[in-house]
Write a protein that binds this ligand. Sequence first.
Ligand code: PMP
Length: 358
Amino acid sequence: MANLTITQARPDELKTKPDGTALGFGKLFSDHMFTMRYTQGFGWHDLEITKYHDFALAPSAMCLHYGQAIFEGLKAYRGVDNQIFLFRPKDNLRRMNVSASRMCMAEFDVDQVLAAMKALILVDQEWVPRSPGATLYIRPFMIASEAALGVRPSKEYIFCIILSPVGAYYPEGFNPVKIYVSDTYVRAVRGGVGSVKTAGNYAASIKAAMEAQALGYTQVLWLDAIERRYIEEVGTMNIFFKINGKLITPPLAGTILPGITRDSVIQLAKDWGMELQERPITIDEVVEANESGALEEVFGTGTAAVISPVGSLYYKGHTITLNQGRTGALSQKMFDVLQGIQYGQRPDSHGWIEPLTV
Ligand code: PMP
C-alpha cells in the first residue's frame, strides 16, 4: 500500500511473547498498532504501523464528552500448515462503516483498511497463538479526537487497530451458560443505536450484567424496550432457538447487532436444509415451547465464543433448564463446522476465510 508507513519497534523494545495456554481475554497487546487520522476537508491521512503506544488526547477531545466512539472485533486464526486466516474481515469493516454513518463519524475505504490490517498482522505474526483454540483478537476502533466542546460531529478522528492474543474460549470443552432475562433494564429501542457497535451501548449494558452476575448468571438476555416480550439478543451475542426442529432467531429490525456469526449460522442452517425463521419471538413462546417439550436447544452466536450453548434461562422467578443443562447436537455441530472453516480445516464453500499471505 503506497501511503502506509511501517516503523517497526527495535528488537530491544519487543515484548516477551506470552505462554499460549494462559492468555485469558484482552489483557495482553502485541508489539505494534495501526493508526490513521481524519481531518475534515482533507480525508484520511498519516496511515502508519508503529510500535504499540499511548495516545495523546486533549482533555477536550470530543470522544471523551459526547461518545462518538465505535469499534469492531474479529480474529486471526493459525490454521492448517501454519497459515493465518481471517474470517469475513470485510464484513466487520463494512459494519464499522455503518456504525460510522449512524454516529456521524468519518467513513473509510474498506479495502485500504483491510490491507493495513493484514500488514499489521504480518508484522506481528508471531503473536498469532499456536496453542489449540487460542487466537489473535483484532480490535479496530475509531474515536472523535477534535479538541472542542459542543454537541456536533467532530471534524477529526483517530482510527486504530490493536491486537490481543486470547486464550481458547472452551479450554475444557463446551460449558452451557446460565442466562438472566432482564425485565428491568432495556438495551435498545427502534430509531436508537442498538444495531451499531458504538461504545455507549456497552456502557449502558454493564449495570444489568453486574446484577445478573451477582445472582450467578453469566449473561443478560434483553427483551424489546416497548412491550418487554420480544427477545432481542444476549450480552455480546445473537440468539437462536431450536423449536420442533426449526431454527428461529429474532429479525434485524434495528435494535440488535447484525452479527457476522449469526449470518454464518443462518447460511449453514440453510445449506443443511433446515427450516430457518428470522422472526419476532416472545419470551412467552419460549416458556410455552419448553413446557410442551418442543424447545430443543438455545444457543448464542458471536465472534468470541463462536457458539455458546445456553443451559438455563431465568425469567421472572422461574428457571428453564434446557437439554438437562447439556450442549445440544446442533450447537455442537455448528461450533465444529464454523471453527473448522475458521482454521482452514473444512471446505469454505461461501468464501468466508481470507488467508493472510498473498
Ligand atoms: N450482539 C452484540 C451486541 C455484540 O457486541 C456482538 C459481538 N460483536 C454480537 C451480537 C455478535 O456479533 P458477531 O457475530 O459479529 O461477533
